[in-house]
Design a protein. Sequence first.
Length: 259
Amino acid sequence: MPNYVKIPREIIYNKDLSDKRAIIFSYLCARRSLDDTVAFSITELCHWSYLKPNYRDGKINQKYYEVLEALSYSGYFVNFPDFEKLKIEKKNSNEYQLIKIDISKFDVPEKFGIIYFDELDKILDFKRELKDSDIDLARMSSSYILLLLSYLRVNMNRNEDKPLCCYRHYKKISDDIGLSERYIGRIIEILEVLKIIKCVEVKRSRYEKDDGSYGFITGPKIFTDYRRFVKDENGNIRLDEKYDHMLEITKQLEILNGV
């Protein structure tokens, strides 16, 4: 049975929480115990993210601290650790904190971007995973990748009567989550090489203008998962052996082309 983290839609879309919102919530979900508590330090969070802790103003420890603080103010924690004390003491982030996640945030069906643990591991260690590729990894981070993946997952159609896809223009994605279109294109390339998401670009459509000249409309990108998990008759989650990601893309293309 695959393990996964669930990123709430409202976190994915909340640009005020910074681009690190998905990676921090992934950490909290991955580390939470059976009673929904998480014991952690910000330094440990940095190490888990494959980042070197940096305590200076404006650097990674402070950025992580600010997202945790914002999540708490948004009601995602039942109990709020004394982050203000950490702030006064220049964020002594080697000190462990204990929080309890408000599980009521998990009770809204189909409002989550699900990321499986094996995917999470690949993304956290993406530089090693892609060391032999020609992909531009400059200024790329796992936080960007996780944010975009969680966005695609929360918008992926799960109704079997329709193609199991998400289709969006890069501009729409950028407007929704705050990543630039340039970064989105690079992240999609990474997710394809990691065999997590498959993307196909719809051909541009040609139209005649009022003056008789012709213009082109760029179509949306179609995204689908490389693999799919389903529940069997006993409620256990298993890999769907019949799932074909290219078949789902073909179905979506036929709909967009009016076939």
